[in-house]
Design a protein around this ligand. Structure first.
Ligand code: DC
Length: 207
């Protein structure tokens, strides 16, 4: 079973994806983490080879840079923006896609990102595209990040990043033609989890 969840920044792909993956014992892969790791390594002058994404014993992945757990270093909007800039480069995309395709081979996976349903796993069993209003996404990111920045500032930053991700030439952010589009603006997280879980059950039942 391969499930993809694509969508813009702050829409809830990670929190929803993690829960859905757990419910169906799918390996959860955040492609954005890999772009963020490449951005971080680039900024710190470390080679790409210092990045490792491994499958953990709890059924999730864990990412290390230079052998050290890196996830906490990657959450800032600054790294997100640098990742979005680097993600315009075909070579960078090829590296990330190679890691994902290798992990997804012979495994049941849920992969989230921007181009997973359109480019990386075009034959996935279920493709979901999540949307939400820019204001709602900024509110969600604000809750997640904490810090001193206002919702308005975050809204501006993610609008800028989405604009770049949507309008780049290679693998832009857009729904696959066969994706199920869910507008989550007025849905609670557990409602989105339920909607996607129902879709997966339908796919399983129809064999
Ligand atoms: O999902 P995220 O916010 O962690 O992603 C950070 C950036 O990485 C995003 O703005 C664009 C890039 N990205 C991408 O180009 N393709 C993906 N499949 C995932 C992320």
């Amino acid at each position: 079973m391969q499930v993809t969840i694509d969508g813009p920044a702050g829409v809830g792909k990670t929190s929803v994806g993690r829960q859905v993956a757990k419910g169906f014992s799918l390996l959860f892969i955040q492609s954005g983490q890999l772009y963020r790791a490449m951005a971080y390594a680039h900024r710190e002058g470390l080679p790409d080879e210092s990045i490792e994404l491994a499958v953990g014993d709890q059924g999730g992945t864990y990412l290390t840079i230079d052998g050290v757990d890196a996830e906490a270093k990657l959450t800032s909007e600054e790294i997100g923006d640098l990742a979005s800039q680097m993600a315009q480069d075909q070579e960078v995309r090829d590296r990330v896609n190679g890691v994902i395709v290798d992990l997804a081979r012979d495994r049941d996976v849920l992969v989230e990102g921007r181009d997973i349903g359109t480019v990386v796993l075009p034959n996935a069993d279920l493709k979901v595209f999540l949307t939400a209003s820019p204001r709602e996404r900024a509110i969600r990111r604000h809750k997640q990040l904490g810090g001193e920045r206002t919702v308005e500032e975050i809204e501006e930053e993610i609008a800028h990043r989405d604009d770049r991700d949507k309008n780049r030439e290679i693998a832009p952010l857009k729904p696959a033609v066969d994706a199920v589009i869910i507008d989550t603006t007025s849905l609670a997280e557990n409602e989105v989890v339920k909607e996607i879980s129902d879709l997966i059950r339908e796919r399983i039942d129809s064999g």
